[in-house]
Ligand binder design. Structure first.
Ligand code: ADP
Ligand code: MG
Length: 550
């Protein structure tokens, strides 16, 4: 059947199976293309050409990967401003072969990069092939809702509750009806009916009650879309009710989705809905998920296009620092990485490197007590693990003692370590510790990471990624998206953390890796964040560079 879904599949076999299935389901396509292994058209070519194809209202794809991440993102950003792009992506591509030496590198996989990239270009990502089509049909057949306020009309309590719960989970809102809408339904429905959302017209409802409720809620200016639920009971009239719904669909600018729940008893009704272009879902959650995707897409389209943030920085100093590292034949920057952060506008503690205990005592006295001391060795990644960090060192004598013991402990743990000295740092006041990072991903470019810092970062995996360069909204979303974001907003009387300082740090990091693509991995762990308005300080960092070009 002729339809309005353009579909591309990286699996030819899946494509033919789906076409067969779709005909059976009454799903129509405007275009279907198989992206074989040696195909001369790519998914990117298709996205570009389908953007302007008037017969395709929605683009759906089954992909195992994208051919060029950056180009895919550009094409996807363009198409999603005019029509929905749904991609079901299977498989996890092999990205684990690269040796990683940072927290960020360990946590960033190819899956994280797809999640980030798709989200940053408005691509809708269903979690299954069946959901891909459930959503595609809604987009193909119904108008986009103006907002997230839905009305639910049902002839049974249970499904109404299921739909309500699903709506809540999906950040949809149950519309609050106007007094007129309520009075109107109250006058025409039996006293046992519930005229509040979800509208429950009770198990003995025939089509006339559906008519009263549907008509009333669709007229309500506070309703952006309608979900009609039906369970076949003794006097239910599935086919007539379907005809009623069909008569409204297309006459209203609000989307209507249905969930007629059942099998054999509903065949005639489902045929009516299908022919009228009213998407029906086996269960209410399906209808809610489709509605949610439509609202998200609508909001995405209205979101103004934002340019990546740029700051004035000292990139010459960063360039020099990287060149110095290269000259030494190295590809990692340990605490020297702090200089790059400073050049890019991070607040960093006063510091210096000491070669001898006396040197250390002098330096610490200059900086002011208490100080923090850290082992400097290219072979040592996690300094605390080897007894290579001492905080709260209070006077010159303690500094000399700590110097000796830090060096001894580090040598004991890592006998082959080449020890260059001890880093003396101003001790900063305590705050909330977060981790920021970047990792080069072969597919999309640099991925930026944000999470709560500390030793649990790899266990909790409460981190979020975005592809660089970041916009201000990307960075803000990152901070809000981690599961433990509430800890930053402040719990139990704690003041909120300086979220703006984290956002700015993320943006500066994004600029750093964009300016220096040879940075393959970068951790700032921790960035110590103070209460709102008081800023944040980077106290530890590590950078890995790509191997020199031979
Ligand atoms: P590593 O991660 O290699 O073990 P860090 O430099 O991150 O070493 O230090 C470990 C911990 O010590 C940090 O997470 C932080 O809690 C604390 N710390 C490090 N430097 C400072 C500093 N300058 N002021 C206050 N606390 C610090
Ligand atoms: Mg650290």
């Amino acid at each position: 059947a002729q339809g309005r879904i353009a579909f591309a599949s990286q699996s030819g076999a899946l494509l033919s199976a789906i076409l067969d299935w779709a005909v059976f389901q009454g799903i129509g396509f405007s275009k279907v293309v198989s992206l074989g292994n040696k195909a001369d058209v790519s998914e990117i070519d298709l996205i570009k050409s389908w953007r302007t194809d008037p017969t395709s209202k929605v683009v759906a794809a089954y992909l195992e990967g994208v051919t060029n991440g950056q180009e895919f993102m550009r094409a996807a950003k363009e198409i999603t401003k005019v029509k929905p792009l749904l991609v079901f992506k299977s498989g996890t591509t092999a990205a684990g072969s690269r040796a990683v030496s940072s927290h960020t590198g360990t946590l960033a996989g190819s899956e994280a990069s797809y999640v980030a990239a798709f989200r940053q270009c408005g691509v809708i990502r269903p979690s299954s092939v069946s959901e891909l089509f459930d959503l595609a049909i809604a987009f193909a057949q119904q108008p986009l809702p103006a907002g997230r306020r839905i009305a639910i009309v049902t002839n049974a309590g249970g499904p109404g509750i299921i739909a309500t719960d699903a709506a809540e989970k999906n950040q949809l809102r149950l519309a609050a009806f106007t007094p007129e809408t309520i009075a109107n339904m109250r006058a025409k429905l039996p006293a046992t009916a519930s005229v509040y959302n979800p509208v429950d017209i009770i198990g003995d409802a025939r089509t006339d009650r559906y008519a009263v409720a549907i008509d009333a809620v669709l007229k309500d200016p506070g309703v952006d879309g309608l979900i009609v639920l039906l369970t076949p009971q003794a006097v239910t009239e599935p086919k007539e009710t379907a005809q009623l719904i069909a008569s409204y669909s297309g006459k209203t600018r609000k989307p209507i989705l249905t969930s007629f729940i059942g099998g054999a008893a509903l065949q005639d009704a489902l045929k009516v809905l299908r022919e009228a272009g009213v998407p029906n879902y086996d269960f209410p959650e399906g209808a809610i998920a489709a509605f949610k995707a439509m609202v998200d897409h609508k909001e995405w389209r209205e979101k103004p296009i934002e340019q990546p943030a740029r700051f004035i920085v000292n990139s010459d100093l960063a360039l020099e620092s990287i060149a110095d590292t290269r000259k030494l034949g190295r590809t990692t920057l340990g605490l020297e990485a702090m200089d790059l952060l400073e050049a890019y506008g991070f607040t960093v503690p006063q510091s210096g490197i000491a070669r001898t205990p006396d040197d250390a005592a002098r330096l610490a006295t200059d900086i002011g007590f208490p100080v923090v001391m850290k082992i400097v060795s290219p072979e040592i990644l996690h300094k605390s693990d080897v007894g290579g960090v001492r905080v709260g060192v209070r006077n010159a004598e303690e500094v000399r003692e700590a110097f000796v013991s830090i060096v001894a402990s580090s040598q004991r743990y890592v006998p082959q370590a080449h020890i260059e000295g001890v880093f003396i740092q101003e001790m900063v006041k305590p705050g909330r510790e977060v981790i920021l990072g970047a990792s080069y991903d072969g597919q999309f470019g640099h991925l930026l990471m944000f999470g709560l810092g500390g030793i649990y970062v790899e266990v909790m995996r409460d981190v979020v990624f975005r592809v660089a360069p970041l916009t201000m909204s990307d960075a803000r979303e990152m901070v809000n998206e981690i599961r433990s974001a509430a800890l930053l907003r402040g719990v139990r009387g704690q003041p909120p953390a300086d979220i703006d300082a984290i956002v700015h740090a993320l943006l500066r990091l994004s600029q750093l890796v964009t300016d220096f693509p040879e940075i393959t991995e970068l951790d700032v762990n921790p960035l110590v964040v103070y209460p709102n308005g008081e800023g944040a300080v980077a106290v530890d960092s590590r950078i890995a560079l790509s191997a020199p070009r031979s």
